[in-house]
Write a protein that binds this ligand. Structure first.
Ligand code: PLP
Length: 394
């Protein structure tokens, strides 16, 4: 049938359809606001926001001058502040110009894609993955090349990435700490990836860029280290969001940042292109209040001890019931395989008990499911019998 919708949006729609159906038209959609359910689906808050966010925004809501709510691009003051903070956090010498503030990681990703991808260029990412890379690449008129993470450990499969590189490859996306598995890639792995990308770039005579999608980088368990790929591979763009660390994803703010290790000429050219890319895409005016609040927001993190407690409670029950769980090192997710020999159609069996998880089928991992640890303690407690029952054969 004839469609008035552009091919690009139709392709993005097709790539995103399973998630949209789950969000808007599913048993979960019908029950999401019902009392008494255990909602482990999306990384949404199920408790009141951090007091610090409320205070920071309230303090800035009262205009200080007539330009308070004027158009705000990526403003100088927060960028200078962030350059200092990020340099200390990541051990890299950021300049304010390396950073472009955006309305969240979504926008930063979109800008990064348009910045370096031409029509038909290929971008490689590893599955299971966050579900928006593919639709966003479709909208950018680029081609998704998907490889699998190593089964069981969910390590990056460097050989698979290498084998997926063609003369059209322009981008590799790495997400660490990783949604949905909670893995954090160590320096050694990232260094091997950097080496591979350097050799591949020389082979195809074209620079392959790395996107480091790291909005969960401050949400880590057990005192884990974090190394940004930007500290290991010079042609890296960092994508970041305050939505995860503050668990306030509706307050849109994040950034795109070029690695300070990038050779000077490339670094200058690419960061000068941030503004036109943001403008062309309509992602050029990050929220004014959120920008003013950055100095306060930078000091805030949700209660990672509470996340770890929920992780441990759920993991103990799941493991004892025969689920195969990967211990998350970071993020606020728990990724598990359904128990062998349990009830048929376990997702619906859990839904029958008012427990809702993210089905792995929409993450290209049909044997698995994802739990968001942003659920409340009460939701966790209520869910434990349901997880146990579903593990017994029906
Ligand atoms: N990247 C990953 C891996 C994510 O999980 C998410 C959100 O779920 C995003 C990017 C987008 O973040 P935001 O909504 O804060 O822009």
């Amino acid at each position: 049938p004839m469609s008035e919708v552009s091919k690009r949006v139709a392709a993005a729609d097709a790539a995103f359809r399973p998630i949209a159906d789950f969000y808007f038209r599913s048993r979960y959609a019908d029950r999401r606001f019902a009392e008494g359910i255990s909602d482990f689906t999306f990384g949404n808050p199920h408790e009141m926001p951090l007091d610090g966010i409320v205070d920071a925004l309230r303090d800035r809501a009262m205009p200080h001058d007539k330009n308070w709510f004027a158009y705000k691009t990526s403003e100088d003051e927060p960028r200078a502040f962030l350059a200092e903070r990020m340099s200390a956090e990541l051990g890299l010498a950021f300049e304010p110009e390396d950073i472009a503030l955006t309305p969240g990681a979504f926008a930063a990703l979109s800008v990064a894609m348009r910045l370096v991808l031409d029509a038909g260029d290929e971008a490689i990412f590893s599955e299971p993955a966050w579900f928006c890379y593919e639709p966003m690449l479709e909208a950018a008129n680029a081609v998704s090349k998907k490889v699998m993470l190593t089964p069981g450990t969910f390590d990056l499969d460097l050989d698979a990435i290498d084998a997926a590189i063609t003369p059209k490859t322009r981008m590799v996306i790495v997400n660490t700490p990783h949604n949905p598995t909670g893995r954090i890639y160590d320096r050694e792995t990232l260094a091997a990836l950097a080496d591979l990308l350097d050799r591949a770039s020389a082979r195809i005579n074209r620079r392959i860029f790395l996107i480091s999608d790291e909005p969960y980088r401050r949400l880590r368990f057990d005192d884990r280290d974090f190394v940004s790929p930007a500290a290991v591979y010079p042609w890296t763009f960092i994508v970041y969001s305050y939505g995860k660390v503050l668990l306030a994803p509706g307050q849109r703010l994040g950034y795109l940042a070029a690695s300070p290790l990038m050779p000077r000429a490339d670094r200058d050219t690419l960061r000068e292109a941030f503004f036109p890319a943001q403008m062309a895409l309509g992602w050029v005016f990050p929220n004014a209040l959120m920008q003013y609040a950055i100095p306060d927001l930078e000091g805030l993190t949700i209660d990672t001890a509470a996340l770890a407690r929920r992780r441990d409670t759920l993991m103990a029950t799941l493991k004892a019931s025969g689920y195969d769980v990967v211990t998350p090192e970071g993020t606020f997710y728990l990724f598990s395989r359904w128990p062998a020999g349990g009830i048929n159609d376990p997702w619906n069996a859990l839904a029958d008990r008012d427990v809702f998880v993210m089905p792995g089928s929409i993450l290209n991992a049909p044997d698995h499911f994802r739990i968001s640890l942003t659920a409340s303690d009460a939701m966790v407690e209520r869910s434990l019998p349901a997880f146990r029952e579903v593990a017994q054969s029906g």
